[in-house]
Design a protein around this ligand. Structure first.
Ligand SMILES: C[S@@+](CC[C@H](N)C(=O)[O-])C[C@H]1O[C@@H](n2cnc3c(N)ncnc32)[C@H](O)[C@@H]1O
Length: 263
């Protein structure tokens, strides 16, 4: 707890990242990833492999690659990206401190952009429910990249605004609608890229035992009704043990990697 508070204080972060709770959320992910190292290993490896096999299948060398939802890069190998592309652009609401060290040593080949990719948080903090269009500068940056990777981000994107709207007492069915808009806008944004690889979890279920009998719950949608193209490859991610959840169930998600074609 003390360590997390220290990280919260020293990480360079916007007021938006601090006030929305997403800085705290990202720090919590790092600690959770350490606790769940064995459980998450196959998911993190599968994400890294999906990126590598996509890049290896490309015919042309990469000039500029963007990773959205980069966070701590547990699921992406920055070193190999920097050997495969001349320039890497990482986008997240906040970047962990160590990435500033990597940037300083990258000879100008690593760019960090801190951006609310839900385009809704600053308004949500003011009690407004509008979901903005991505700004022109950001779209231009995205279109200058020859590959854009959205990395284990999509299901997380509506959470910050969803939590704020819920605390403000907004109507639940309206919140679900705006959350769906955040998800579909992100897919539309990816369609504006020259080439996009979307890696995301899309459904969740619980697994455990009840009265001595195995129980497997039904899959629940994580994307507010937004449907995605079939994945090129997919896998199961056991994201939480009963101990981590504080109840009797394992939580698992289906994750897929798919190419999003330009619109
Ligand atoms: C589950 S993590 C993705 C895994 C990440 N690649 C890692 O290895 O840590 C989700 C990431 O999305 C970011 N994120 C969540 N909501 C966001 C938002 N509204 N705008 C930008 N980034 C956001 C978080 O900061 C976090 O780094």
């Amino acid at each position: 707890m003390i360590l997390e508070a220290l990280e919260w204080t020293i990480t360079p972060a916007s007021l938006l990242a601090r006030r929305s709770g997403l800085l705290a959320g990202q720090i919590a992910i790092r600690h959770r990833a350490q606790r769940c190292r064995a459980l998450w290993h196959s998911h993190l490896t599968a994400s890294r492999q999906a990126i590598q096999s996509h890049i290896q299948g490309l015919k042309r060398p990469l000039n500029r690659v963007m990773v959205m939802g980069s966070g701590h890069l547990h699921d992406c190998d920055l070193h190999s990206l920097l050997t495969q592309a001349k320039h890497v652009v990482l986008v997240d609401i906040v970047h962990p401190l160590e990435l500033y060290w990597h940037r300083a040593r990258s000879h100008g080949r690593l760019t960090l952009i801190d951006r609310d990719l839900s385009f809704s948080l600053s308004r949500a903090l003011r009690g407004q429910t509008t979901v903005d269009e991505p700004d022109a500068d950001f779209v231009a940056e995205l279109q200058s990249c020859d590959l854009v990777i959205s990395l284990n981000l999509l299901s997380q994107l509506p959470i910050g605004a969803h939590d704020l709207w819920t605390r403000q007492g907004q109507d639940e069915s309206h919140i679900e609608h705006w959350a769906g808009l955040i998800v579909s806008n992100h897919v539309t944004l990816l369609q504006q890229a020259r080439q996009a690889l979307l890696i995301t979890d899309s459904v969740v279920r619980l697994r455990g035992q009840e009265k001595g009998q195995p129980l497997i719950g039904a899959w629940q949608d994580l994307l507010y009704g937004v449907t995605l193209p079939e994945p090129d490859t997919d896998w199961l991610w056991t994201i939480a043990s009963p101990q981590e959840r504080g109840d009797d169930y394992w939580e698992e998600r289906r994750v897929g990697a798919r190419i999003i074609d330009p619109a």
